[in-house]
Write a new protein. Structure first.
Length: 256
């Protein structure tokens, strides 16, 4: 499906207050969310998307003092891609010093209300990425705002999707389902530090789910704490030890 672009004229964008910095190419894109409350009603009402994009531009220009909305493009739940600064222009949303490396792609997803990116949001983000590769020399990387910058953005669900390699929803021949590795047969726990490939496998899956955990094959304090928080989130007994039930939940439970 071709990209469904909403031009600046179509969404009633204000004129930028100055000239953009030029970008010949980038290493890729960084994915953002709006944070804050996004009403779930947005899903049934595209007019709300237009209003939200305009309010973000106002906030960036009048609140942050930027010359324009900070994002390269903004993606709504109707798989429409709003033109922000666009390709070949320096964004402002990645954080100081991080804007020339990546274009900034926003998904209209909040931290409360509408928090789970729908398939159309994910497709729209990938449509936008292809557009930025095509027109703006964007490289292969798809990262989250929080990669290299201290922020919750783009939120747990979007970040977990980024970590999984930002697959097209619905899969396909290029996106086979992750095989679910069987329980290694020993409980992973700390102390003392446990070492092994099974630890690494579990850590990698936790990272895919959006947990900030080193994949080092060492089950120490950080792994135990992440495990305990995960167990609490999933209503498992919070032992901080990866038993069979916790191992299976790490692959089978939906990411929230
Ligand atoms: Zn962000
Ligand atoms: Zn929309």
């Amino acid at each position: 499906m071709a990209i469904d672009l909403v031009t600046r004229r179509e969404w009633g964008a204000r004129q930028p207050r100055g000239a953009y910095g030029r970008l010949g190419s980038t290493r890729g894109v960084k994915v953002h969310y709006t944070g804050g409350h996004v009403s779930p009603d947005i899903v049934g009402d595209h007019a709300r998307c237009v209003a939200l994009v305009r309010s973000i531009q106002n906030h960036h220009m009048d609140g942050n003092g930027w010359i324009d909305v900070g994002y390269s493009v903004l993606v709504c739940p109707h798989r429409k891609v709003f033109e922000g600064r666009g390709p070949n222009h320096l964004p402002a949303a990645n954080g100081s010093g991080l804007n020339s490396g990546h274009y900034a792609v926003l998904g209209l997803v909040g931290s409360t209300g509408f928090t789970q990116p729908t398939d159309d949001v994910l497709h729209g983000i990938l449509d936008a990425v292809e557009y930025l590769r095509d027109k703006g020399g964007a490289g292969d990387e798809i990262k989250g705002h929080r990669d290299g910058y201290s922020t919750d953005c783009p939120g747990g669900p979007l970040y977990a999707w980024v970590r999984r390699g930002a697959p097209r929803p619905g899969g396909g021949p290029t996106d086979p389902p992750e095989p679910h590795p069987s329980f290694p047969g020993r409980v992973l726990k700390y102390p003392p530090v446990m070492v092994g490939e099974d630890v690494r496998t579990w850590q990698r899956q936790m990272r895919r789910r959006g947990w900030d955990l080193d994949v080092d094959g060492l089950y120490g304090e950080a792994s135990r704490d992440a495990c305990r928080a995960f167990q609490r989130e999933k209503g498992l007994s919070a032992t901080g030890a990866v038993n069979r039930a916790t191992w299976q939940a790490t692959w089978e439970e939906p990411v929230t």
